[in-house]
Design a protein around this ligand. Structure first.
Ligand code: BJ8
Length: 425
């Protein structure tokens, strides 16, 4: 790493020693998991580069943006509307982390039985290893599950620029009105921060930029529906993870570029695995970088992941925003219409998610469903019962996984996953 980066990290207040250790682990895991794959599409080189520079060049770019007057907004949830952020002359970055860090410190401020996703949020802050968090001008915490909303009370004490966003819990008329009120409040807070009042043009442009990003992902998803699939599940997950960090326009171009290549592969029936490889759908909690454990085990055990029913996946990217409105209010309504359809398990009841899982199972020609739950995640674990019932009624093979970010259970998970893969063959 260049000295340039080291002084940048130091200025951001990172703990250089811990940060070096994190990058080291990340780099090695990346090599073992991603670079060891055979017959990868060439277009993955771009995403490899992004990942190799995820704490380097990308942070430098964000700091340059800040210098030129833009603001950086950090978020932990796909309910934070990127369209509004972009329209207010700001850049949105994802802050969720997928690795344990500073666990002892974390357990001084959070109960032990908190999900890994929340714990890592705190670990990355307390361990001073996240340059995205440190360069954010506003950190948005949303009221979703109980774990997140209660832990944000503590996070707001250690993050100086914390912003709380309330979210509905029911898909009712009142719920939708609450979402709209919160988005308007958020827009006003952004305008105050950036001193950049939204205009119809800037909002339309924001909507178009994010729609384009989603459309590129739909192209990728469609290509994954073919058999043999031209790309692995783990590489596709990586693209969905990079979605939260990269410059939106450049990301869109890069996804479209790899899709051009994948289309040629599909034409030649050139797959990443053979046609007879079992195809699995992953459904459940989001997987943030570098949480690659389950996909890595699955794809080194003889199966392929064809889709992610997840916020880092189709749940997060499904549906576009209608950009035809001619007033800010009409455009915000269109944004609310789109986001209100996200079927996160924090909603009660949440029947659409069950339908979406079945729909994805068919569309992606899957042979089975792995339901992925983080330990202590009440919403997804509870909803898992309903998902299982539904899958059983359709005679769809399903395996429930409950795990955390540690690597201790890899052996046991591998045994269970291998047995399941045998079953669906
Ligand atoms: S819209 S899924 S990104 S809240 S794993 S912290 S639910 S206890 S992440 Fe999420 Fe927004 Fe919903 Fe999507 Fe809580 Fe569960 Fe932990 Fe979770």
């Amino acid at each position: 790493m260049s000295n340039d980066y080291r002084s940048m990290w130091k200025n951001l207040g990172l703990n250089l020693e811990s940060h070096d250790a994190l990058l080291n682990v990340l780099g090695n895991a990346y090599k073992d998991i991603f670079l060891s794959q055979k017959n990868r599409p060439q277009g993955m080189e771009y995403f490899d580069f992004v990942m190799s520079e995820v704490h380097g060049l990308r942070i430098k770019e964000l700091l340059n943006e800040k210098e030129s007057g833009r603001k950086i907004i950090g978020s932990y949830c796909v309910f934070v509307p990127e369209e509004i952020v972009l329209a207010a002359n700001a850049t949105l970055v994802g802050l969720c982390a997928g690795a344990d860090f500073a666990v002892q410190e974390v357990e001084k401020v959070l109960p032990r039985n908190t999900c890994s996703l929340i714990k890592s949020t705190f670990g990355f802050k307390l361990g001073k290893v996240c340059p995205y968090l440190e360069c954010s001008d506003m950190v948005v915490g949303e009221n979703t599950c109980d774990g997140k909303k209660k832990s944000y009370e503590t996070l707001s004490e250690i993050v100086s620029n914390f912003y709380a966003m309330d979210l509905p819990q029911m898909k009712s008329v009142q719920g939708k009105a609450l979402l709209k009120a919160e988005y308007i409040k958020f827009k006003e807070a952004l305008e105050k921060l950036t001193k950049f009042p939204l205009t119809v043009e800037s909002l339309k442009k924001g909507i178009e930029t994010v729609n384009n990003k989603r459309k590129a992902i739909y192209r990728l998803n469609n290509l994954r529906k073919t058999n043999p699939s031209p790309i692995s599940g783990i590489d596709s997950l990586l693209i969905n993870q990079v979605y939260f960090y990269d410059n939106p326009a450049r990301f869109t171009d890069s996804v479209n570029k790899i899709c051009d290549e994948l289309e040629q592969r599909v034409e030649k029936e050139e797959g990443i695995f053979s046609k007879s490889t079992p195809r699995l759908l992953l459904s459940g909690c989001p997987m943030a970088v570098p949480n690659w454990k389950i996909p890595w085990i699955i794809e080194t055990s003889g199966a392929l992941i064809v889709g992610e029913e997840s916020c880092v996946g189709e749940r997060g990217t499904r549906n576009l925003v209608d950009s035809s409105g001619n007033t800010i209010d009409a455009l915000i309504d269109a944004i609310v219409d789109r986001y209100f359809q996200i079927d996160c398990a924090i909603f009660t009841p949440n029947p659409n998610r069950l339908d979406h899982i079945l729909e994805m199972f068919d569309k992606y020609q899957a042979n089975g469903v792995i339901t992925y739950n983080l330990q202590f995640c009440q919403p997804y674990l509870m909803e898992n019962m309903k998902v299982e019932e539904k899958l059983k009624s359709k005679k769809i093979p399903n395996l429930r996984i409950e795990t955390d970010y540690s690597m201790e259970d890899v052996g046991q998970l591998k045994t269970r996953l291998e047995a399941f893969i045998e079953l669906v063959k």
